[in-house]
Design a protein around this ligand. Structure first.
Ligand SMILES: Cc1ncc(COP(=O)(O)O)c(C=O)c1O
Length: 392
């Protein structure tokens, strides 16, 4: 029997990781000791108080019942206090917070709630794949705003026509950026807010790496731009901030009517975030600041070891100001997937090929700094021994 997949699934780009995953499995079966810098899967453990809270929470039978889809009031209040403390935002816990089962879930379902055939969704490429896949799955048209190292991975809005802006339903920005680790200055958000108002589209800021920054370079919340709340929704994640990726916990804040619609579609899709996770997340959001300071210091040290290491192998990458990624040019003329496969075969190190983040990722690989200093040092040693070279 052959059953056709839905057309919208067929439209998704080729899954670049599939071949790499197969090869990883082959290497593993051969007994290779893989150093996996492929997926951005954080290894920093959550705060101890968070683990304690969820253990206590599950003893209460009430926790096993269906939670409220929009999240309990205490969770939304904790979110409101958090965004006030971290980004000086005034967010109503009643009307301006949506509780998410991870921010990816929210991003995709937000698109389902707003995007129709014919709608453009602008996004910055190279991109986190959900930024274009959400549009494809919801039947809209992804519109890449191309960026390169020359423009510091910032879009040039002046190159986009008024016609295209008129067809746009959502513009997605995400700084610090996965995979390029780029930061955006305030002017980018100011321009985007004013374009969203002028052309009547939604400005979506994916702020998954809001708290992973180094050397005091605190990134900007899009909602901190005056008047942004008229057009903007911002997505946050507990995955990287509190090492809670597997717990699936995030939230969106911003424009009341956008939040209302997101909550409405979600009442049709899920029954909300497990109450035990909400209780633990409230604890996470009130964790003393030392925890996040330590997390930043951990990633920053890894960044230093890794960047200094690959720069000793011919690369000239700058130390990223945040995120947990290093975006590295592969040797000129080399295909990034082939390069990742070669590195895996020769060294057991997993790097993500740049094309996983859109065609403009060709020529690069991404390293996720999700292992210890010692393993990162070992990765550099293995690259050296295997005579792997990078280009400036
Ligand atoms: C830019 C970006 N947004 C969202 C997510 C998804 O995060 P979550 O774990 O909250 O679904 C990721 C995960 O890597 C990401 O890189």
């Amino acid at each position: 029997m052959i059953i056709e997949e839905a057309k919208r699934l067929k439209k998704l780009p080729v899954y670049v990781f599939a071949r790499l995953d197969e090869l990883k499995e082959i290497e593993r079966k051969k007994g290779a000791d893989l150093i996996d810098l492929g997926m951005g899967n954080p290894d920093v453990p959550p705060p101890a108080g968070v683990i304690k809270k969820i253990k206590e929470a599950v003893d209460d039978p009430e926790v096993s019942r269906y939670p409220l889809s929009q999240g309990a009031e205490d969770f939304r209040t904790a979110v409101s206090k958090w965004v006030k403390k971290q980004y000086q935002l005034n967010i109503s816990p009643q009307d301006e917070v949506a509780t998410l089962i991870g921010s990816k879930e929210g991003l995709i379902h937000f698109s389902f709630a707003f995007v129709d055939a014919g709608d453009l969704v602008m996004y910055v490429e190279p991109a986190y794949p959900a930024h274009f896949n959400a549009t494809i799955l919801s039947g809209g048209t992804p519109f890449a705003m191309p960026t390169t190292s020359k423009d510091s991975y910032l879009p040039d809005f002046d190159k986009i026509s008024a016609e295209d802006f008129k067809k746009t339903k959502i513009m997605v920005l995400s700084y610090p950026t996965n995979p390029t680790a780029a930061f955006a200055p305030r002017e980018i958000f100011e321009k985007a807010v004013s374009l969203a108002k002028k052309y009547n589209f939604i400005l979506l800021h994916d702020f998954a790496y809001a708290e992973i920054y180094f050397d005091g370079n605190k990134p900007i919340s899009c909602l901190s731009i005056p008047g942004a709340k008229e057009v903007c929704i911002e997505f946050h994640s507990l995955s990287k901030t509190f090492g809670m990726a597997g717990w699936r916990c995030g939230f969106a804040v911003g424009n009341e009517s956008l939040i209302k619609t997101l909550r409405r579609i979600k009442t049709n899709l899920d029954y909300g975030l497990f109450r035990g996770v909400q209780i633990a997340a409230i604890e996470a959001l009130s964790t003393p600041k030392e925890y996040i300071d330590n997390t930043r210091a951990t990633y920053q040290k890894r960044r230093d070891i890794f960047v200094e290491g690959i720069n000793s192998l011919g690369s000239k990458v700058e130390k990223p100001k945040g995120s947990m990624y290093v975006w590295i040019p592969v040797p000129r003329g080399t295909d990034s997937t082939k390069f990742s496969i070669e590195v895996l075969g020769k060294t057991g190190i997993v790097l993500s090929p740049g094309t996983a983040f859109g065609a403009l990722g060709e020529g690069y690989v991404r390293a996720a700094l999700v292992t210890s200093d010692a393993r990162i040092k070992e990765a550099i040693d293995r690259l050296k021994k295997a005579n792997i070279r990078f280009d400036a």
